[in-house]
Design a protein around this ligand. Structure first.
Ligand code: FDA
Length: 526
């Protein structure tokens, strides 16, 4: 009888997750050089701040429901020894680690797992140290892009980093998955602009570029976050930007010839000067003329120069758009970040604010991506518009983002990010919805799958390429238990093309037992 009670008690406490979790905590305090500092960065479910810390950077609220699996413990390291202790103790007690920098993973993989897990949140690891003279900055991986832009601008208005448009993205995930933004046609991806890194591996070794070797340094600059270890900091190359840049955004409805303009845009956007990042966003609106639904296409770009320099270029290359001086605004580069985040006239300090607001709409969303290598036909475009007019698409937005520029000149194998020459543009599909509609989330997700299927004949093939940072678990995922090269190749080749094999080799060397893993991590060869 006594034995039975003991077994029952043990089973009960195990099913509640008490055993691994308590052993893990004990291990952390034993392993840490200074147990008082590590205790201040540990949040168990009993801690009153646990939910606030967890939810602080859940950027896709689809993954913040009561049914979403939650971490047993959150650790917010403030010293490298905290990372070392957490990795050691997680391995010892069979817990998975999910590393979180800015929390923008589209599928929530930095804070959700189907097995018992620990979130390592880099919120306390976010210093930004800018060296204007040498045009470099050491940036800890938990910093958001807004902090990087702000700290650079504090010292120079004519230097920047090839970061993303949305200022709240974490540099940890951004660079790990490639990273493209306003400057990518001029200077390449975020990963192309990293010259050193500080990294911690599965054995707790702190490595820099020299000690990790060129293969691993190559892999972490685009091979996807959460596969190889934890990036602690990046050394970024700072790039020149003019004191004055120009931005414009011009909207045209179907009635105002949007279809013909998009068809023309497809032909010329990738050939526009590297100093531009042309894109066209499409969404459904009520027509001002008769109140019926129509599609609005918004043509926009940054230009690294003045209005006087931009207008003749647009007049010569894309006169059909009719871009006028009134459509354009001049500002500093850092102000253009506010502009593209729809934060015009706000103080620059807002870039330091980690509170998230999604300029594209609801905070529940599903994202997909495609690459286009041949212009799509008018009929194909009309089919896309018809789907954008569906009821589920009332908040959907589809953006064509022009490639070309330096992307055509950087070899596919320079970093794991392979989408270089030969692409006219990338397609970004975003369907989003509001909290009150989350009970109907499946209908929105189904819509995005239908649109994606519809686009099959018009986009890249064999593989159908996708951008790793626009994580999409519809493309495939690893099993919870064993990972398989064949299974992972399905989504791996879409994200990385032939670079996938080199990533597998690096993974096999640095983490052969596959400790750092998630649904779309790179598998080792067994
Ligand atoms: P998060 O912390 O969720 O991490 C993402 C992945 O990287 C996870 O797998 C995580 O485990 C891993 N990871 C995080 N930190 C790590 C570290 N230090 N070491 C190792 N692995 C780490 N992209 C883009 O290129 N250009 C853009 O303009 C935009 N815009 C955009 C807007 C919005 C609203 C969202 C939600 C997303 C984007 N993205 C984007 C996509 C974004 O770049 C992508 O989701 C990044 O991975 C986000 O990085 P975070 O650190 O914020 O995410």
């Amino acid at each position: 009888m006594l034995l039975l009670s003991l077994v029952l008690a043990a089973l009960l406490s195990f099913s509640m997750g008490a055993l691994p979790h308590e052993d893990f905590l004990q291990c952390l305090s034993l392993r840490s050089n200074d147990s008082s500092t590590i205790s201040s960065v540990i949040y168990t479910r009993n801690n009153p701040s646990y939910s606030t810390v967890l939810e602080s950077t859940i950027r896709n609220l689809r993954f913040n429901s009561t049914n979403t699996p939650k971490p047993l413990v959150i650790v917010t390291p403030s010293r490298t020894s905290h990372f070392q202790a957490t990795i050691y103790c997680s391995r010892k007690h069979g817990l998975q680690i999910r590393t979180r920098s800015g929390g923008h993973d589209y599928e929530g993989l930095s804070y959700v797992a189907k097995v018992p897990f620990v979130v390592v949140d880099l919120v306390n690891f976010r210093s930004v140290d800018v060296d204007v003279e040498n045009r470099v900055a050491w940036v800890q991986a938990g910093a958001i892009l807004g902090e990087v832009y702000y700290r650079i601008a504090e010292k120079s208005r004519t230097l920047s980093f090839a970061g993303g448009v949305f200022y709240s993205i974490g540099v940890g995930g951004y660079i790990s998955g490639g990273g493209f933004g306003l400057l990518f046609r001029k200077y390449g991806t975020g990963g192309d602009n990293v010259i050193d890194a500080q990294f911690i591996d599965v054995n707790g070794r702190i490595l820099d570029r020299k000690s990790m070797g060129e293969d691993l340094f190559w892999a972490i600059r685009g091979g996807g976050g959460g596969s190889f270890g934890i990036v602690l900091a990046w050394k970024l190359k700072l790039v020149p930007v003019p004191a004055t840049v120009t931005v414009f955004s011009v909207g045209r409805t179907l009635e105002q010839n949007a279809t013909q303009l998009i068809l023309r845009w497809q032909e010329i956007a990738h050939q526009l000067p590297d100093e531009m990042n042309p894109d066209v966003s499409m969404f459904s609106v009520n027509s001002t003329q008769d109140g019926r639904k129509t599609i609005l296409a918004s043509f926009s770009s940054l230009f690294l120069g003045t209005i006087d320099e931009l207008l003749p270029i647009m007049q010569q290359r894309f006169p059909e758009l009719g871009l006028s001086r009134q459509d354009c605004s001049e500002m500093s580069w850092i102000e253009s970040i506010l502009y593209f985040n729809q934060l015009q006239n706000q103080p620059l300090e807002i870039l330091l604010n980690r509170t998230f607001r999604n300029p594209l709409g609801g905070q529940y969303y599903k994202i997909k991506s495609d690459y286009v290598k041949e212009p799509i036909s008018e009929t194909a475009l009309n089919g896309l518009f018809s789907r954008l007019s569906d009821e589920e698409a009332s908040s959907a937005i589809i953006i064509f983002m022009a490639y070309g520029g330096i992307m055509d000149r950087i070899p596919e194998e320079a970093t794991p990010f392979p989408h270089r020459a030969g692409n006219l543009y990338k397609v970004y599909y975003n369907v989003n919805w509001q909290e009150q509609d989350n009970v109907n989330s499946q209908k929105y997700i189904d819509w995005s799958r239908r649109v994606y299927n519809y686009m099959t004949p018009f986009v890249s093939k064999s593989p159908r390429e996708a951008y790793a940072n626009y994580r999409d678990l519809d493309l495939g995922s690893n099993n919870v238990g064993i990972t398989s090269y064949t299974q992972a190749s399905v989504w791996g080749r879409k994200y990385f093309k032939n670079n996938f094999d080199r990533l597998v080799q690096v993974k096999t060397k640095i983490d052969p037992d596959n400790f750092f893993k998630h649904e779309q991590s790179i598998p080792p060869l067994h």
